[in-house]
Design a protein around this ligand. Structure first.
Ligand code: ADP
Ligand SMILES: N[C@@H](CCOP(=O)(O)O)C(=O)O
Length: 350
């Protein structure tokens, strides 16, 4: 778990009571997560997750919290943040709202910006089958479409500018071969980002971290029933970016043979067919999918190197293994057309 900031029971109790959730019964630090401080908070009216934001500022947070509210309102299985009844939601077009305007979904706990969201039911599936991947693919495409009328814009803060800025910080910690790979891939991704095909990619609000551990599946069905996705959480790496990057992040995590980093064709196929059942990829997206799979691997290789070599103080923080995404990146760069075998059946089904 990551608890960077200890929360006193009394302070959490005061918050949930002010938000109209009744008295706090239990407050428990959560195992898992590397970015923020998370607690399960059980109150008289239900179960919630209290998150204290350790890096994101009060000016950046309304983008994520309002996005969650927007997607939940559109019927997506996303936890809705609890609003403070004493703070009036801002009026007018979102783009005209100053970043410092009070946000009814953003609170303050232990001197940190904080949010209280519904606790999702279910559990994460860390060994997904093709059926789980199909649920994921369809939900991802529905999220992309539901985000089209989301009015706020905020760049993916872990996008290309952050990779360019952070690579020099981690390069002193890697060996020569890793350094060569990192620098060559960064140059390639800067080149891709300048292309007209990249500029033509559809974009909007994307989750950008929809890994297996950020998605829940129902546990109440019978063992033979098809899996049912019950929730997506942890939107705090979201941002305005290409839909294809979001899809590539998912393919790299859900449809992979973990030891080798290779695509698992059956799971990749299921994910893509289900995605395209809701929203078809256009020609630019098909052409750039191999490049975005590399981009998604690079993004998490850099962030894992950064978290690993420059860790922050926290109780129960377990940094992720950076070598996994180094392996995935080498695999995607060496076999850029491996995904073509997966795209063929998708094309046939379309
Ligand atoms: N809305 C939620 N419903 C249920 N569990 C949640 C919810 N949000 C977070 N969690 C739990 O908290 C853990 C850590 O949350 P996460 O958002 O991944 O942390 P971090 O932002 O630090 O990466 C998750 O693995 C999950 O068990
Ligand atoms: N999914 C990322 C790290 C972000 O951690 P999360 O717990 O917020 O999903 C990775 O695997 O590197």
């Amino acid at each position: 778990m990551a608890v960077f900031t200890e929360v006193q029971f009394g302070e959490a109790d005061a918050l949930v009571q002010r938000l109209g959730m009744g008295a706090l019964r239990e407050l428990r630090g959560i195992e898992g997560g590397i970015e923020n401080t998370n607690y399960f908070a059980t109150t008289e009216s239900g179960e919630f997750v209290l998150t204290l934001f350790e890096r994101l500022s009060a000016e950046q947070l309304p983008y994520y919290l309002c996005l969650m509210k927007h997607l939940a309102g559109a019927g997506l299985p996303v936890p809705a943040p609890v609003a403070d009844p004493a703070v009036a939601p801002p009026t007018g077009h979102a783009l005209s709202i100053p970043a410092q305007a009070p946000c009814e979904l953003l609170h303050s706990v232990a001197g940190k910006p904080a949010a209280l969201v519904q606790k999702l039911s279910g559990r994460s599936e860390l060994a997904p089958t093709a059926a789980h991947c199909a649920e994921l693919g369809a939900t991802l495409a529905r999220m992309h479409l539901a985000g089209r009328d989301y009015p706020r814009i905020q760049p993916n803060l872990r996008g290309l500018p952050w990779w360019n800025e952070t690579a020099p910080v981690v390069l002193p910690y890697v060996d020569e071969a890793q350094s060569a790979l990192l620098r060559a891939e960064l140059a390639y991704q800067n080149h891709v980002a300048e292309s007209s095909a990249y500029a033509a990619l559809p974009r909007g609000p994307v989750h950008a971290d929809m890994f297996r551990d950020n998605v829940m599946f129902a546990t109440d069905g019978d063992a033979d029933a098809p899996p049912r996705l019950t929730g997506v959480f942890d939107f705090y790496f979201a941002g305005t970016d290409t839909w294809l990057f979001d899809l590539a992040v998912c393919l790299n995590d859900w449809a992979i043979d973990l030891p080798s980093g290779r695509h698992d064709a059956a799971r990749a196929d299921a994910l893509l067919v289900a995605y395209e059942g809701v929203r078809a990829l256009n020609a630019s997206e098909r052409a750039l999918l191999p490049a975005m799979l590399r981009a998604a691997a690079l993004r998490f290789w850099i962030s894992r190197l950064w978290d690993f070599h420059l860790p922050r103080e926290a109780s129960m923080l377990k940094p992720h293994d950076p070598t996994h995404f180094e392996r995935v990146l080498r695999e995607r760069a060496t076999h850029p057309h491996a995904i073509a075998h997966v795209l063929e059946p998708v094309m046939a089904a379309a």
